[in-house]
Design a protein around this ligand. Sequence first.
Ligand code: HEM
Length: 195
Amino acid sequence: MTRTRYSTVAILLHWTIAALLVWAVLLAWSAEDLKGMAKMVPLQLHKPIGITILLLTLARIGLRFVLPAPPMGEHLKRWEVILAKSVYGLFYLLLLLIPLLGWATVSASALITRFPIDMFGLFDWPVIQPLFDLPAELRHTRHEQFEAAHKLLAKVVIYGLIPLHILGALKHQFLDKDNELAKMIPFLARKDSAA
Ligand code: HEM
């Protein structure tokens, strides 16, 4: 039978990742306003949240192979399908790359032994050993490069993908009134619709 909405696990993963993403970004922004070691308070929470996003995104991608996404509405124009698929694909890619770059940034940081990636008091997430083992000067250069890439890609998500994704969802809900959003928010499903 063809699915008319995402599976419950996919819906839970989608909204958990979205909430964690907002939380990670707010913590990172609050760190920017702080000076010196005070920055480390929000950043110490930012790190395990980011690692959790990495793990949940891997689970989300794995789940897509087991339970494929419901098909896109046949009424959608070609450009809409291409745009939507590109945004989804980029989301998955960047939600893997950004936390990996964050992990690389802190693995190459001189502060990692004082401020490990503490997974909510449960255990310390390991460092990427080859980065940790680099000679001090090269390690510092790599740290700066990974941090710059981490921040740049985070901006692409915050100012590019998230607004596009939300605008697309609102267009379907209020202009097209085509029930696409109900695939991810089941209680929005219109009773008069077949989907
Ligand atoms: C999807 C997950 C993540 C998102 C969306 C994210 C997003 C961000 C953002 C928006 C910033 C601030 C950018 C700016 O100042 O312009 C930031 C900074 C930072 N992130 Fe992440 N991040 C994620 C995962 C991680 C992970 C897993 C780690 C490390 C384990 C990490 C470590 C850092 C560090 C150390 C900084 C701050 C650097 C500084 O200002 O000194 N991030 N992140």
